[in-house]
Design a protein. Structure first.
Length: 358
């Protein structure tokens, strides 16, 4: 999520105190979360009172293999492995037999195996939000098979519509981000890259108005969910001897705004986790980096109707040196670079995407 700002968007998108941050209403985003690596229900299963406190709306308002399954995942990571399992996160898409795994991958003498792009499998979480659209398009153009997670993809009609619009994408029916990683591994027998694209509304909340329910919901979406994704991805990547992980976080911690202490702190935590994980996984030829945007054009935080107007453009010229929003294509190209294997010495970095703002 882009970092909050203190400048209100045009009046076309009225909101409460969140208008000071230039963000859309919190209800525009689904409740997001992955409480643990065990794929527990997302925050959509919270009580109505908890969701209300967090400023959320129902998600409906938004838009084995040739090698045995035991070679891919530890037993504890294979829910529903028994025949007839109904959970799509465990058994793949309904009615679809898991595909034969890709060619065996072993690390080269001095680094990860050089796998041709056409054979690479990448998972993008929350593919329709934040940096998701840019990542999906750019990775597909680079020759990846792009497995896409989105909360709406539990509906077969949503998956069919998305795949029709994105020929290189495979819409995954898993409910949770970590579940999408499991689904991709079981279907393709490999996992070459993961883009943990995590979103949550930056709700304005002064420090003295501490709300434990809000904090827990935000932490679940911005910290617990990406940790669960990385845990599952790292297990597979260590087995196969290579992998690239990118967490899409935020530049908010660089210049924290008053009223957004929860959000800025949690974004800082997820970026710190990326750096720590990179140190741990480097010896296994697995790179981990974070991309930290602000002022990224997206319906999630900087929608066209608010910032594409003449008034919005004028505000941007006063807010950041480049004077415009970053595009989906630009952040997609950055993500492709970090997953390309062309510069694997780059790991443990938090790469800003702010147009000179930070």
């Amino acid at each position: 999520m882009n970092t909050p700002t203190t400048v209100s968007p045009p009046a076309a998108r009225p909101t409460t105190a969140r208008s000071a941050a230039g963000l859309p209403p919190a209800g525009d985003l689904p409740p997001i979360g992955d409480p643990s690596a065990a794929d527990l229900p997302p925050t959509g299963d919270l009580s109505a009172a908890a969701q209300s406190a967090a400023g959320l709306l129902p998600a409906g308002d938004l838009p084995a293999a040739a090698r045995s399954a035991a070679d891919l995942l530890p037993a504890g990571d294979r829910p529903g492995a028994a025949a007839g399992a109904a959970d799509p996160e465990a058994a793949g898409a309904p009615g679809v037999r898991p595909a034969v795994g890709g060619p065996e991958v072993r690390p080269a003498a001095g680094g990860p195996a050089d796998v041709p792009p056409a054979e690479r499998v990448v998972v993008v979480t929350h593919a329709t939000l934040y940096a998701g659209p840019g990542a999906v398009g750019a990775l597909g153009a680079a020759g990846f098979t792009v497995v896409c997670h989105d909360q709406t993809f539990t509906d077969p009609e949503h998956r069919e519509k998305f795949e029709a619009a994105h020929p290189s994408a495979v819409a995954c029916p898993a409910r949770t981000p970590a579940g999408a990683v499991t689904w991709a591994i079981r279907r393709y027998g490999r996992l070459d890259a993961v883009i943990s694209n995590d979103v949550y509304p930056g709700k304005y909340l002064p420090v003295e108005q501490a709300d434990v329910t809000e904090l827990r919901a935000a932490a679940e979406a911005l910290l617990v969910a990406p940790v669960a994704v990385v845990a599952k991805a790292a297990a597979q990547m260590k087995r196969q001897g290579h992998g690239r992980i990118v967490l899409v976080t935020s530049a908010a911690p660089v210049r924290p705004e008053a009223g957004f202490s929860y959000y800025s702190s949690l974004r800082a935590a997820s970026s710190a986790f990326a750096r720590a994980a990179a140190r741990e996984l480097a010896a296994h030829y697995v790179t981990v980096n974070a991309v930290a945007p602000n002022f990224l054009e997206s319906e999630t935080y900087y929608p066209e109707e608010a910032w594409g107007t003449e008034d919005g453009k004028e505000r941007l010229r006063g807010l950041l040196p480049i004077g415009r929003l970053g595009t989906a294509r630009e952040i997609g190209n950055l993500i492709v670079f970090l997953t390309s294997g062309r510069a694997d010495f780059v790991t443990g970095e938090v790469v800003g995407f702010t147009g000179g703002w930070a």
